[in-house]
Write a protein that binds this ligand. Structure first.
Ligand SMILES: Cc1cc2nc3c(=O)[nH]c(=O)nc-3n(C[C@H](O)[C@H](O)[C@H](O)COP(=O)(O)O)c2cc1C
Length: 187
């Protein structure tokens, strides 16, 4: 998707803080929406990839409703990108490769965190981190089976570009057979 790659590239070159931070919206099992920020860790024709705990709230939502929406907002560039599509797990090899690229401290914290579940207090989490540190002393930290990547397919992409006097540009791309169907929307 050349337009998407071009905008991502420009955002990266503009030295924005966290240009790869995106809002991820999912649908909880009871049909209600929920949203949070995650980091984009891969992008190609197959889709946009992020990594998380699959037993987290978003993970449980994605088990039931395998669809998601992503939003990037780059305020200094007056740009927004919206992506919508189906969600699947990335391969075990991709999750392993990304896990191994993470700092050891992040790996230990990811193992210690029962993401999205209540904890008694901060100390309980710090204790769990220390226990993981002791367990893996002198060896590689294993990726837990519940931690891995998801890929959001690129079914609909919308580019929004702020213009003078609110005459903003909005272009949507929708997957159509082998290519893309373009449509301009009223701002
Ligand atoms: C800048 C930023 C980047 C984040 N990146 C991730 C990420 O890549 N993966 C992740 O699981 N959580 C990430 N988080 C934390 C999530 O926003 C969220 O708190 C967490 O994943 C739990 O969400 P859930 O309870 O809806 O599953 C990030 C938060 C911020 C503010």
């Amino acid at each position: 998707m050349p337009a998407l790659h071009a905008w991502m590239q420009e955002a990266t070159e503009t030295s924005l803080p966290n240009p790869n931070a995106m809002t991820l919206a999912t649908i909880d099992p009871d049909g209600r929406p929920s949203a949070r920020i995650v980091l984009l860790r891969g992008l190609d024709e197959r889709g946009a990839v992020f990594f998380t705990n699959r037993e987290s709230r978003k993970g449980l939502a994605l088990e039931t409703n395998k669809v998601a929406a992503l939003v990037f907002h780059w305020d200094p560039m007056e740009r927004q990108i919206r992506i919508e599509g189906r969600v699947e797990h990335v391969s075990e090899a991709e999750s392993d490769a990304y896990w191994q690229s993470r700092p050891r401290g992040s790996q230990l914290a990811a193992r210690a965190s029962l993401q999205s579940r209540p904890i008694v207090n901060r100390e309980a989490f710090e204790k769990a981190c220390r226990e993981e540190e002791a367990r893996y002393e002198g060896r590689n930290v294993e990726r837990p089976s519940h931690w891995g990547g998801y890929r959001v397919s690129l079914e609909r992409i919308e580019f929004w570009h702020g213009m003078n006097s609110r005459m903003h540009d909005r272009i949507t791309y929708r997957r159509a057979n082998d290519g893309w169907e373009l449509e301009r929307l009223s701002p």
